[in-house]
Design a protein around this ligand. Structure first.
Ligand code: 8YV
Length: 315
């Protein structure tokens, strides 16, 4: 088979990047197609590369329908929506977009931490609704300073969160598979022990089966009524029904959440809770970071078609 420059777009990069790619590659828009079977019947054999995003992933049945697939270039650092073992077994390489989003995701964790402890959304509503002029000051909140912050998963993003938390004068601890020798923060080899110690628990580990429901009711009870949880990782890491009940019953003090089960169809119970600050999975959602993520997808694609090594391979 002669080598083609055909790309199946399951989910695109940024619009200006797609326009540019369309000048040099045959982009088959699976994402926009209203007859995907017909599209695949026509192009499946030619497809060597799929573009997708972490949010959309790679449907397993689609993997089986692309016999000459070599690379899945995904927009996003997380790849829990792609069956990596199945790809590896097929000899399909997956690329992601690490590092370029660390700053914005870590900033978001701090934003959620502060806005949850200081009740930013409650305060905003307090002023806008006229409560301030009618009833005076809103109820007191709690400070971040001197709190104990426990990080679940001290990877690149976890470390970026920790270094941003340090100037607030917090104590830092972390839970992960193993102690990291070059890190001075307190290591916990037991998640319940970290949650018992921490005032604020920040979830920053990968999603997927290995971490599903890692934050269960026992962890939430250990965090306790004056404890707060922040999640910028994946909704799947927290047992969400347990979290909702814990927030409703005051088992935990509050939560700052960027990620949810079943996105974008967030459980409406969250919207009724004053002790929750919600961000709609938008931690990397700045023009600058999304451009950089898309550029990394483009760079991986370009490297592949030029016969060069992939830039950020996962498997
Ligand atoms: C993306 C993300 O916004 O990088 C990830 O893994 O979850 C987010 O940064 C999103 O997945 C894009 O689809």
């Amino acid at each position: 088979m002669s080598e083609t420059r055909d790309v199946l777009v399951v989910s695109p990069a940024r619009p200006h990047q797609m326009e540019k790619l369309a000048q040099d590659y045959n982009l088959h828009r699976y994402d926009k197609s209203d007859d995907r079977d017909a599209l695949l019947a026509e192009v499946a054999d030619k497809i060597r590369l799929v573009m997708t995003t972490a949010g959309v992933g790679m449907p397993t049945d689609l993997l089986g329908r692309l016999p000459n697939l070599e690379v899945i270039a995904s927009f996003g650092v997380g790849y829990d929506s792609i069956d990596i073992p199945a790809c590896t077994a097929r000899g399909v390489k997956v690329t992601n977009t690490p590092d370029v989003l660390n700053d914005d995701v870590a900033d978001t964790a701090i934003m959620l931490m502060l806005s949850t402890l200081r009740r930013l959304v409650v305060g905003d509503r307090w002023a806008r609704s006229g409560n301030w002029s009618k009833n005076g000051a809103m109820p007191l909140t709690t400070t971040l300073h001197s709190k104990k912050v426990g990080i679940v998963g001290l990877g690149r993003i976890g470390k970026a969160i920790a270094s941003r938390a340090e100037p607030f004068g917090v104590e830092l601890g972390y839970f992960g598979r193993s102690r990291q020798n070059d890190i001075s923060y307190q290591y916990f080899d037991d998640l319940i022990a970290l949650a018992t110690w921490a005032d604020v628990l920040v979830v920053a580990c990968p999603g997927g089966n290995a971490t599903r429901d890692l934050i269960n009711i026992d962890v939430l009870k250990a965090l306790g009524a004056t404890g707060y949880i922040v999640n910028i990782a994946r909704g799947s890491v927290i047992d969400e029904p347990a979290l909702i009940t814990a927030l409703q019953d005051g088992v935990v003090g509050g939560a700052g959440l960027d990620v949810f089960h079943n996105e974008p169809h967030m459980n409406p119970a969250f919207a009724a809770l004053d002790n929750v600050v919600i961000y709609p999975h938008h931690a990397s959602g700045t023009v600058e970071t999304r451009d950089a993520m898309g550029q990394l997808v483009v760079d991986n694609l370009t490297a592949f078609f030029a016969g060069q090594p992939l830039i950020t391979p996962v498997n």
